[in-house]
Design a binder for this molecule. Structure first.
Ligand SMILES: *[C@@H]1O[C@H](CO)[C@@H](O)[C@H](O)[C@H]1NC(C)=O
Ligand SMILES: *[C@@H]1O[C@H](CO)[C@@H](O)[C@H](O)[C@H]1NC(C)=O
Ligand SMILES: *[C@@H]1O[C@H](CO)[C@@H](O)[C@H](O)[C@H]1NC(C)=O
Length: 280
């Protein structure tokens, strides 16, 4: 009984912690505050002329500003967003933001800082309700080499890059790490579909899924999660190979053999392209 109560208590606690990550600051003057962005915050004011809000997130991350149910560019006649929190911080302009050709066109429009702090300065008092959304994001203007394409392919806070060099699994894994990314891990069908739609499945791409540590135990090395029964998989019929001590320890998708499905192949002798990802 005590165990059950403890479990319920822990669940409730986890729920409170998780739900407080996206909080709406209401009925209190938020102007002048320095707000820490752990994951995402939505602020509904009240805002007024000369109101200044400062935001800070993890040091190696950036901030993405958007307006819930609206367009951040249109709303920018009410406020300016600055890259940093000093008086001299430059204004972030929609026209100066890096346009990533490959990014999803249907994502909410966002303005990105180039560093971990930013500020919002109101020039007018909004006449109607305004919900400002600020999210922790990864930078996606990565220069990861000439044979690379990057974009906000899945959502507006993550970044995905395709690397079109033919290399083995370990070499591509290192290329991702050199750029503070990891080989891609598909958490669900949606994520996989967005990536496959962007770069097609005509040629094979490495992912982070391997069973090199223990045959038969597949691990998404990018997120260090073990592929459990019930988790999303998309294996080619008959794969993965179940022979013990087999040499097919790394997963790739695409190409003529496996098409959009997952195939297990030799990590060292197989050469393929790769997808890297970075999440906030
Ligand atoms: C990777 O992250 C480190 C620490 O944040 C940073 O110093 C370095 O410049 C980053 N490298 C690249 C290629 O972005
Ligand atoms: C699918 O994975 C993406 C990327 O990791 C994540 O942002 C999204 O919330 C997931 N969607 C579902 C329905 O779980
Ligand atoms: C896979 O690569 C290893 C190391 O190069 C090699 O020893 C092995 O024979 C290869 N396995 C297959 C099935 O090609």
């Amino acid at each position: 009984m005590v165990k059950i109560l403890l479990f319920v208590f822990l669940c409730a606690l986890i729920f409170i912690v998780v739900s407080s990550q996206e909080k709406v600051a209401t009925h209190r003057d938020v102007c002048g505050e320095l707000i820490n962005v752990d994951k995402a915050v939505v602020i509904d004011g009240p805002f007024h002329e000369n109101c200044i809000l400062e935001f800070r997130t993890q040091e190696d991350r950036i901030l993405a500003f958007s307006v819930v149910d609206g367009d951040v560019k249109e709303a920018s006649e009410l406020f300016t967003i600055h890259d940093g929190i000093s008086r001299a911080s430059p204004i972030l302009l929609a026209g100066n933001q890096k346009i990533l050709e490959l990014s999803r066109k249907d994502l909410p429009s966002a303005l990105y800082s180039t560093q971990s702090t930013a500020s919002v300065r109101f020039t007018k008092t909004p006449s109607s309700k305004l919900l400002l959304k600020i999210q922790k994001a990864v930078s996606c203007s990565l220069n990861v080499g000439p044979e690379t394409q990057c974009g906000r392919v899945v959502d507006e806070i993550s970044c995905y890059c395709a690397n079109f060099a033919n290399k083995n699994h370990a070499d591509h894994s290192m290329l991702c790490i050199d750029n503070n990314m990891t080989l891609v891990s598909f958490e669900n069908r949606t994520e996989e579909e967005f990536v496959q739609r962007t770069w097609s499945t005509q040629i094979p791409f490495w992912t982070s899924l391997t069973d090199t540590r223990r045959d038969g135990t597949w691990v998404w090395e990018g997120t260090m999660t073990i592929l459990d029964t019930g988790d999303y998989t998309h294996w080619f019929p008959g794969r993965p190979s179940s022979a013990s001590d087999n040499e097919e320890d790394c997963m790739l998708y695409g190409g003529n053999t496996f098409l959009a499905y997952w195939g297990d192949v030799n990590c060292t002798t197989t050469l393929a392209n790769a997808i890297c990802e970075a999440h906030p």
